[in-house]
Write a protein of this length. Structure first.
Length: 80
């Protein structure tokens, strides 16, 4: 079982899931180039596509602690 706290979730929420209930796939590394007249040259980028698929809907559960921590202590800020 893995425990995840996502910054997009509310401060008092988290996710608990079984890794075996999900599949991930990565495509090959690809490159792209583009002319940039302002730089009198070219820009290069590397990227790859990824997919994340739940194969067992019961493998993930959201939970709440019941109380939201203060903003200063929740994200690494300095509390009193």
């Amino acid at each position: 079982m893995r425990f995840v706290v996502d910054p997009n979730l509310p401060l008092d929420r988290g996710l608990l899931f079984a890794s075996s209930g999900f599949r991930a796939g990565l495509g090959p590394v690809q490159t792209m180039t583009a002319d940039v007249p302002a730089k009198l040259g070219r820009d290069y980028a590397m990227f790859r596509f990824a997919a994340f698929l739940p194969v067992d809907p019961g493998a993930m559960a959201e939970f709440a602690t019941g109380t939201a921590p203060t903003t200063a202590g929740a994200r690494g800020g300095k509390g009193k």
